[in-house]
Design a protein around this ligand. Structure first.
Ligand code: ZN
Length: 143
C-alpha cells in the first residue's frame, strides 16, 4: 500500500465513520462555517474548561475532504489547550498550502490531507473545520 493509498484510506474512513459527530447541547463555544465554492457546511461546538478543550463535536454536510478533516480535527484537539490548538491549526494551514514541512508527530492523522495542496480548490474544504473552530474561539473572546 502506497502512502497515498493509506492517506485516502484514512480520509474515507473518517468520512464514513466520523468521530465526535453531533452537537453538544450546552457548548461553551460554537460556530458554523460554510465553504460556498463546494457547498460544505460545518457546525462545531466545544466545551472549554480552564483553557483546555474537554469536548468537541461537529456536524454538517459536505464533501468527503471537509467532513473527514473535521473528524480528524476533533480527535486531535480534545485534551489540548486553546493556544496549542491555535498553533496546530496554523501548522495544518501551512501543510495544506504545500509548505513541505514534516508535521507527522503533531498533526497525527491530519497529515493525510497534505496531498490537498495539489488541489487548491480543495484547500478550503480541508481547512473549513479548523477555521470554524477558530471562529468559535473568537466569538467566545468577544463575550
Ligand atoms: Zn468540499
Amino acid at each position: 500500500m502506497s502512502l497515498n493509498d493509506l492517506f485516502t484510506e484514512i480520509i474515507l474512513d473518517h468520512y464514513q465513520h466520523p468521530h465526535n459527530h453531533g452537537i453538544i447541547a450546552e457548548p461553551t463555544m460554537s460556530s458554523r462555517g460554510f465553504n460556498e465554492s463546494c457547498g460544505d457546511d460545518i457546525q462545531v461546538s466545544v466545551i472549554v474548561r480552564d483553557g483546555t478543550i474537554t469536548d468537541v463535536k461537529f456536524s454538517g454536510a459536505g464533501c468527503s475532504i471537509s467532513q473527514a478533516s473535521a473528524s480528524v480535527m476533533t480527535d486531535l484537539i480534545i485534551g489540548k489547550s486553546v493556544d496549542e490548538v491555535k498553533t496546530l491549526a496554523a501548522k495544518f494551514y501551512e501543510m495544506v498550502k504545500g509548505s513541505g514541512g514534516d508535521y507527522g508527530e503533531e498533526l497525527g492523522d491530519a497529515v493525510a490531507f497534505q496531498g490537498v495542496s495539489k488541489f487548491p480548490v480543495r484547500v478550503k474544504c480541508a481547512t473549513l473545520g479548523w477555521h470554524t473552530l477558530e471562529e468559535a474561539f473568537k466569538s467566545a473572546d468577544k463575550k
